[in-house]
Design a protein around this ligand. Structure first.
Ligand code: 6R9
Length: 572
């Protein structure tokens, strides 16, 4: 199978010609898709839900929800009423107002989505948290943002240090028969009594929407604030990149605690009026394939870590399910290894389309479109309306094929508005000449495709050669014994750094010195002698974030006996 030669398919997709659109598009145009283009009044929840509930889409299914105990569906009309109810509870019981920070700390359930959209209807700024956060992580985020309310469950309540948070006025608890005492409010009791009508709070384009905390390599997590106008890009990329159409059944596997779970788990699909599948509970390959089959999922957005786990479950398993409804598969969060694309071709008969973006960018920035030739290992090209470049540390653009800082021209609609309480941190993202610096290192080829190399901090300097960890990891992953790989530079008196690899083996392989040597040789032959790891450690598991990113800084800290920094986003 020659992947490079895959033809680009024309004339079928929402974005038919990338070149033509990129040449003529401007964001003004995208505003015409929203009712606020005429009224000047904006509210995400209105555009995502109410607008469809008042149209001929009212009886269309907006949400299919499934977990071990529940199997439910809601139309846009029902979503409107249920989110109105949630808004009424928050407003009447919690006195929540425009601009207040309201956190959501609960496992996925329909109520999470009602509450989140209900808070948006009031004009609150929503802070979604991963359910696995421990007390310290919850405290840091609520403290920094001076949150007024949190919506949680009886089980998670013990991780909310209510008494230590003077700004926290209300704790809404979603459960059965909640005792109302102190700040605690029984959300479901008031929800069932609440009115189905609510008048949404109208906002300005630059008023708050969502606050996502994200960890850097040092210091406390920072609060990335996004504003209402981000919807322009959520909408436009859902059309162009996810290629969502009226008859699609779309599944985004991400939790709202991660930006992918809000931008493309809530906003994008519903702004475009698409039917969305949301699944609660833990990952299992069987349950995931079953979901694709049962709901007839057509467009599927997931992450390399999930694809690698499915890959690890074996090709035999896939054949037990009917996945013929799938027409478009996408990935985000980490580099998509060519090996994973090849596997996707084999088992799904689909190219997996990589998309690159960050919490800070708010929406997709560099992507592979359906109607585009895919170069496995490349993130694709900037979306129309976005300008990207590879720049040196002074902000000068570098020629093709030179590795440097992946930078973006300030001013795309979904760009973060600030870092909460930390204007200085916000400023530090920009170069004096206006480039936003992503912190990723990459290069651009002659045809304008971008190739990810690693986080700037992760790039390895060995014997005078710059090596991106991603290239080495991808090569390692091609070895039959390797399930996951994380690569770091380890300081070395002679070579500056040497390449060290941490590897989790596939089932059935034994951690021996012979295997290490075989893996080393595989990289040496397949990539370059200087890129072959001089040291290899076998691990049962690699440290990863909840969004599936291998935490190289943690590997490095372990290796060098350094402090690991903030670990709140690390998975269990
Ligand atoms: C959406 C999201 C952002 C960082 C980003 C980069 C890495 C994301 C990627 C990718 C290679 C891709 N990343 N997508 N690297 N290829 N397609 O992931 O946001 O959690 O803030 O992470 O993730 O390093 O800078 P966030």
């Amino acid at each position: 199978m020659n992947l490079e030669a895959l033809p680009s398919v024309k004339g079928k997709y929402n974005l038919e010609s990338y070149e033509e659109t990129a040449a003529s598009f401007n964001w003004e145009e995208a505003q015409k898709n929203f009712s606020w283009y005429e009224t000047g009044k904006i509210n995400m929840a209105h555009e995502a839900i109410d607008r469809h509930a008042e149209s001929d889409k009212k009886n269309k299914v907006a949400l299919y929800y499934r977990d071990a105990d529940r199997n439910e569906k809601y139309t846009f009309k029902e979503m409107k009423e249920l989110t109105n109810k949630a808004a009424n509870v928050l407003k009447n019981q919690g006195d929540i107002e425009k601009g207040d920070r309201v956190f959501i700390f609960m496992p996925r359930s329909p109520e999470l989505y009602f509450a989140l959209l209900g808070a948006l209807k009031i004009g609150a700024i929503v802070g979604p948290l991963f359910e696995a956060f421990m007390e310290g992580a919850v405290r840091d985020r609520l403290e920094d943002s001076e949150a007024k309310a949190i919506i949680t469950t009886p089980d998670l309540l013990e991780r909310v240090p209510v008494d230590e948070l003077p700004n926290l006025k209300h704790v809404f608890i979603v459960g059965n028969k909640v005792e109302e005492q102190g700040k605690q409010i029984d959300f479901m009791k008031h929800f069932s009594d609440a009115s189905r009508s609510f008048s949404v709070e109208w906002l300005e384009q630059e008023e708050g929407l969502v606050l996502h905390y994200t960890s850097g390599s040092t210091g406390k997590p920072k609060g990335v604030l996004h504003v209402q106008q981000a919807m322009l890009q959520h909408y436009q990329t859902s059309k162009w990149v996810l290629d969502l159409r009226d008859d699609d059944v779309y599944w985004c596997t991400a939790d709202p605690g991660w930006v992918t779970g809000t931008s493309y788990g809530i906003f994008g699909p519903w702004l475009t009026g698409t039917t969305s599948v949301i699944v609660g509970g833990r990952f299992s390959p069987e349950a995931w394939y079953q979901t694709l089959e049962d709901f007839g999922v057509t467009v599927w957005y997931s992450a390399p870590t999930a694809f690698r786990m499915l890959m690890g479950a074996g090709d035999e398993l896939v054949t037990k399910y009917d996945l013929s409804s799938l027409r478009h598969v996408l990935s985000v969060g980490e580099p998509l290894n060519p090996e994973v694309i090849r596997w996707g071709m084999k088992v799904f008969q689909h190219r997996i389309h990589d998309t690159w973006w960050m919490t800070e960018t708010g929406a997709q920035m560099i992507c592979n479109y359906p109607a585009m030739e895919i170069r496995p290992g490349s993130m694709g090209k900037p979306i129309p309306g976005v300008e990207a470049a590879i720049v040196d540390d002074q902000g000068n653009e570098l020629p093709a094929n030179r590795m440097g800082n992946l930078a973006l021209k300030k001013g795309w609609p979904s760009m973060m508005n600030t870092i909460w309480n930390n204007e200085q941190k916000y400023e530090s993202y920009f170069m004096p000449n206006g480039w936003y610096v992503s912190g990723d290192s990459a290069y651009k080829d002659e045809e304008g495709y971008y190739w990810f190399q690693g986080r700037i901090d992760d790039v390895i300097m060995t014997s005078g050669e710059r090596v991106g960890p991603f290239e080495v990891e991808s090569k390692l992953l091609e070895h039959p014994a390797v399930a996951e790989a994380g690569v770091i530079g380890k300081p070395d008196p002679v070579r500056g750094e040497i390449i060290k690899a941490f590897i989790a083996l596939r089932e059935g392989y034994e951690a021996t010195d012979e295997l290490k040597e075989d893996i080393r040789l595989h990289v040496k032959k397949g990539l370059a002698a200087h890129a072959a790891p001089r040291e290899i450690d076998f691990k049962d598991k690699l440290p990863k974030t909840r969004s599936g990113k291998i935490m190289r800084r943690v590997l490095k800290a372990w290796e060098l006996d350094l402090p690991t920094g903030d670990l709140s986003t690390m998975e269990d």
